[in-house]
Design a protein around this ligand. Structure first.
Ligand code: AMP
Length: 296
């Protein structure tokens, strides 16, 4: 397994693989790897002959009061896990490889308001601009055939899909379902911040999502489902930021009847911010916020 810190070395290695006719999959991560990340690696290995994993805690996607400094960094364990998973190249860029003149003087991507100023973006201004900017840089440096992202960060996945479509980048974007702990909590590097008591409260998020998906499948109105979700999470001792039913393809608040839905949640357990989401298949008697459009 190659372990490289410079963009030139990555370009050379990937260029040689391409010339040999090998396809390349990229899995961007911030490290502190868990089974969720490794599911992306497994998918990447199926999709391409060569797998590149980047480990980079991207400063431009953290807000001023967020956890950039304390974000868990475990490079020794990460490298061992990636070696065992059969990864071909780990890219651990030095900051100057991603932001040559520093993050403050970097060119960046502005994510359109429709995707950036809703859900997580409302609470994390500039976050998706930072995500899109670093992912674009990684895509340009590695030039993969496919890049693999988790549905855990569902809004991020949608932003990346739109970025790639809008800039007509020649890369496929692959989404992988959320990997969970046995009690339903979505795996996350930030779960390690939870106290024992908060860890016991946290699976309430997933339980509320499952209940919401069931209610929607039974034809309940999205507004009512959201209201109940917020209540359930608050009753479990968490502090909800949002609990929303959105169109799965575009995250619009009042999706057209018959469209697949996604329920998305963000909440704090103490100072730790947790996010999760769940798919809801289209209901045969689909209701768009109470209006049954299938019965006339
Ligand atoms: P991060 O290191 O948190 O930036 O995550 C890197 C990638 O792993 C992103 O595409 C995430 O969506 C994905 N990911 C993180 N946690 C999970 C999980 N529990 N299940 C699936 N994918 C995940």
């Amino acid at each position: 397994m190659l372990d490289l810190a410079d963009a030139g070395g990555v370009a050379a290695a990937c260029g040689a693989w391409r010339r040999d006719g090998n396809s390349i999959a990229l899995v961007p991560t911030m490290g502190n790897l868990h089974a969720g990340h490794l599911a992306l690696v497994d998918r990447a290995r199926v999709l391409a002959e060569r797998v590149v994993v980047s480990l980079y805690v991207n400063p431009t996607q953290f807000g001023a009061n967020e956890d950039l400094a304390s974000y868990p960094r475990t490079p020794v364990e990460d490298l061992a896990a990636l070696r065992a998973a059969g990864v071909d190249l780990v890219y651990r860029p030095a900051e100057a490889e991603i932001y040559p003149r520093g993050p403050a003087r970097a060119f960046g991507v502005r994510v359109p308001s429709a995707y950036a100023d809703t859900l997580c973006g409302t609470f994390r201004p500039g976050h998706f601009d930072g995500v899109a900017s670093v992912v674009l840089r990684l895509l340009l440096q590695v030039r993969p055939d496919v890049a693999v992202f988790g549905e855990k960060d569902y809004q991020q996945l949608l932003v990346i899909r739109r970025l790639v479509a809008d800039l007509r980048l020649a890369v496929d974007i692959e989404g992988v379902p959320v990997i969970r702990e046995p009690d339903g909590l979505a795996m996350s590097s930030r779960n390690r911040y939870l106290t024992a008591a908060q860890r016991r409260q946290a699976p309430a998020l997933y339980r509320a999502l499952v209940a919401a998906a069931d209610a929607l499948a039974a034809g309940q109105v999205p507004d009512e489902v959201s209201r109940r979700g917020v209540e359930t999470i608050a009753a479990a001792g968490l502090r909800p930021q949002y609990f929303e039913v959105r169109g799965a393809d575009d995250l619009v608040p009042a999706p057209a009847a018959g469209q697949a839905l996604r329920v998305l949640v963000a909440a704090h357990a103490g100072t730790t911010r947790l996010i999760d989401n769940i798919a809801v298949p289209p209901h045969p008697r689909a209701l768009a916020n109470g209006v049954d459009v299938t019965e006339n």
